[in-house]
Ligand binder design. Structure first.
Ligand SMILES: Cc1ncc(COP(=O)(O)O)c(CN[C@@H](CS)C(=O)O)c1O
Length: 401
């Protein structure tokens, strides 16, 4: 049985999304900027896609949603153009972010540090969340940007975006949120939250890889990151990938409508809780962060005495796909930065397994995964030189219910 539990890394394209995309490869292949009818034939579905995007995040018609290749581009665009506009060409020299952001933010900020920009990486509390007051305390006269993620990709923890939005508005500081792991899992309402910009990627909510977006509130000045043609009113040059834009719009509509979000909480959340509860019945296991105020699909669990990569290998042999943390950091065997941020000791930081579900997972799949996880823990602990294996914590004696 194949059980895909790594949806925070990427998701399957919804069949309905794929259907919407297919005409734009071999039939309606025109360039939307061409004046002829082959080009203009793409316009109605592009317009519909943008309607879905605006509705999906409750953007005002006067706001902008600019198509990017992915959230990485959107995040880099925000950080580097704020540097250009407000630091190099302005009187600011300070950016505030958190220490558990995705590398698309932290690496871009590290790059600016080398250019002399002062970056504050706020720490998270023991629940794995940044406190809004910490942002207020960190803001200075020369602060150009606050960038805090909406939901953490490894723990699923939700950050106090609305409170931070109010603080940034009151202090007149630009506020960006990386909403990549929030869209399609929780309600993302840019007007209610008071954000100036958010980043997103379609492949996180059952759209195609290679397309994402940056929402920019009306009136926010941000120099283009990509210069060239007049696409996106000159805010992001490059021929539009019509199929991907249409796919992202449809995916946004399918993932953010009221029924879909209710299903995320009631079905996906139920499956995640069932999986998590079953694993926590195994001795010496803990959830990293805490179980409140999370996206409904994610759990990051430390299994003492079991190296994360070894666990993944065991699960993979049984058709189960999970990760030790974000996919982009999976190659290096360094301790998981998010777990380090929680003050986890190094042993713990190597034992984290991230399970991230989707609306396509079934209860039968979760029951199968629970059985295989218990078997893997039993096997790996029995050959572990570091785990004190006693009859008390024999996994096989545990009742599975
Ligand atoms: C919060 C957040 N912000 C940005 C990105 C980047 O998305 P791209 O479409 O690759 O550009 C991601 C992607 N995180 C994946 C791959 S590293 C994970 O396994 O957690 C993310 O989670």
């Amino acid at each position: 049985m194949q059980v895909y539990l790594d949806n925070n890394a990427t998701t399957k394209v919804d069949e309905k999304v794929f259907e919407e995309m297919t005409p734009f490869f071999c039939e309606m292949y025109g360039n939307p900027n061409s004046l002829h009818s082959v080009g203009s034939a793409t316009h109605p579905k592009i317009a519909e896609a943008f309607d879905y995007l605006y509705e999906g995040i409750n953007a005002d018609d006067e706001d902008d949603i600019i198509i990017t290749a992915n959230a990485t581009e959107a995040n880099n665009w925000v950080v580097k153009s704020v540097w250009l506009d407000r630091i190099l060409d302005g009187e600011k020299n300070h950016i505030i972010t958190s220490e558990v952001e995705h590398p698309a933010i932290t690496a871009a900020c590290n790059y600016l540090e080398k250019k002399g920009v002062d970056i504050t990486y706020l720490t998270v509390n023991e629940e794995g969340v940044l406190e809004a007051d910490a942002v207020a305390d960190a803001i200075r006269e020369d602060t150009a940007l606050v960038s805090v993620m909406w939901a953490n990709n490894e723990t699923g923890k939700l950050f106090p975006i609305k409170e931070i939005g109010a603080i940034c508005k009151e202090k007149g500081v630009l506020f960006h949120s990386d909403a990549t792991q929030a869209i399609g899992k929780v309600k993302v309402d840019v007007q209610d939250a008071g954000v100036d910009m958010i980043s997103f990627s379609a492949h996180k909510f059952h759209g195609p890889k290679g397309v994402g977006g940056l929402y920019i509130k009306k009136g926010v000045q941000l120099s283009p990151y990509m210069h060239g043609g007049e696409q996106m009113d000159g805010r992001r040059a490059g021929t539009l990938d019509v199929a991907s834009i249409v796919g992202m719009g449809k995916a946004m509509q399918l993932a953010t409508n009221t029924m879909a979000l209710a299903y995320e909480i009631n079905h996906v959340g139920m499956l995640r809780d069932k999986l998590e509860k079953a694993i926590l019945k195994i001795p010496d296991t803990i959830v990293i962060g805490d179980t409140k105020n999370r996206t409904p699909n994610t759990t990051l669990i430390s299994i003492k005495g079991v190296e994360g990569e070894a666990m993944l290998w065991d699960l993979n042999k049984n058709g189960i796909s999970a990760s030790t943390g974000s996919a982009c950091a999976s190659e290096d065997l360094e301790a998981n930065p998010v777990m380090n941020a929680f003050g986890s000791d190094s042993e713990l930081a190597h034992t984290g397994i991230r399970f991230s579900l989707s609306r396509f997972n079934t209860e039968e799949q979760i029951d199968y995964a629970i059985e295989k996880i218990k078997e893997a823990v039993e096997r790996l602990r029995s050959i572990s030189s570091s785990y004190a294996y006693t009859p008390k914590n024999h996994v096989s004696e545990l009742e599975h219910n």
